[in-house]
Design a protein around this ligand. Sequence first.
Ligand SMILES: Cc1ncc(COP(=O)(O)O)c(C=O)c1O
Length: 425
Amino acid sequence: MPKYQFDKWTDLYANRTGRLKSSAIRDLLSVTQRSDIISLAGGTPYTRDFKLEKIVSATTACMLNQGNDALQYGGSEGHVGLKKHIVKMMSADGINVDTEDFIVTGGSQQALDLIGKIFIDPGDVILVEAPSYLGALDAFTCYEPKVVSIPLDEDGVRVDELEARLRELAAAGIKPKFMYLVPNFHNPAGVTLSAERRRRLIELSREFGLLLVEDNPYGRLRFEGEDIPSLRALDEHVIYLSTFSKIFSPGIRLGWIMAPHPILEKIIFAKQSADLCSSSFTQRVVEEFLNENELDPYLNQLVKTYRSRRDAMLAALDEFFPPEATWSRPRGGFFVWARLPEFIDTTEMLAEAIGQKVAYVPGRAFFADGSGANFMRLAFCYPSEEDIHEGIKRLAGVVKDQISLYHSVAGLLRAPAQTEEKAGN
Ligand SMILES: Cc1ncc(COP(=O)(O)O)c(C=O)c1O
C-alpha cells in the first residue's frame, strides 16, 4: 500500500486529533541525521561513551536472577526493586519518599501525557513558562486547554508576572488546573529558577491553591555551583517528574512521577488504560545496573563531557556571533538559548542554516502563543567540541548575512524618503 495516500477518513477523527501535529523537532531530526550536517538541534543524550559491557552484565544478571518476572507483565506502579534505588536517588536530592509515593512511567513524556489526561478538559486554563518544553506543550495541547504563558528571564520564571496573572484569573473566577515548570537547566532556555523565586512560587501556590508540576530531567547534570532545593523538597503537594533518559539512557524509556496520593491514584488508573505497566524487562536491567553502583561514576563522566561541550559552545558564540545577539550561560543541562534581533525569524532562517550544513531548533516551537520568532535553541549535548566550534561558526555566518541583508533592504527603503526630503528642502 502506498505510504502517502489521500486521507479519506477525516470525518471520523476526534476533534483533538486535529491538534496532533508532527513536532518541529522530529521533522528537523529527520534532516539533521544526515552525516554532513552539524546538528545543534536535538536534545539527544550522548550515549556513545557508555561501556556497553556493563549493560551486557546487567542484562545477563537480570535474566539469571529474575528472568521469568522480567518477561512478565508487572504492576502499574512499577517494580519495587528499581523503585528502592529511585528512593535513594531522591533522598540524595533532599526529597524523602517511600516506594509507594511515586510510580514508574514510560519516560517522563508519558507522565506529562497522564497529567494532561487526568486534569485537562477542553477550555481549562493551564499555566506554562514562556518558552516551555515543546514535548509538554504537545502532550497538554492534545487535551485542548487554554494555555497561559508566563515569561522567564535568567533567574527562571517571572514570579511577579505570575502573581499578576493569578490575580487577574482569580478576579475573573478562573482557577488554573496547574502550572508546569522546568526549574533546573531549562529546556529550551538553559536557565535555573533562583532559590528566592522558588520560595515565592511555593507561597503563591499556597495562596492561590495552584498545583505545581515540576519536571526535573536535568537537575543531576550540574556543571558548577550549588544545588538549589527542588520545589517538591519545599512542598510535598508539588507533582514531581524525573527520568533516567538524560542521566543513563533514553532508549530504556523509564521515568517516574510522584504526586499526593489522591492524585497518584488517578495517574495509576490513567496509566493502566494507557499501557498497563512500564517494561518489566528494562526496569530490572536498570535495577541490576544500579545494584553494581555504576550510575554515579557514569554520571561524573557525563557531566565532564557536557561541561566541556557547554564551554566549547559559549567560547564559539563569544568568538563568532555578532554583537546584536545574546544568549544564556547554562550551569548544567543540554541547552543554550540565543536571542537574535527582532527582525530575524529563525524559522525562516533555518533553510539557510541547513544550506550551510548546520541545524538548530527555531524558537517559535517553544511558545504556546506562537511568539519567540527571533530565538533559537542550541544543544551542546551530542556534537563533539570540534563540531560545536565549526557549527557555531557556520551559524554565525548565516546570522550575519541576515543582519546585513536587513540593513541593506532597510537602507534601500529609507533612500526614497531621504530623496524626497531633500527635494522638499
Ligand atoms: C523537560 C523535559 N521533560 C521531559 C522530557 C522527556 O523525557 P523522557 O525521555 O523521559 O520521556 C524531556 C526530553 O527531552 C525534557 O527535556
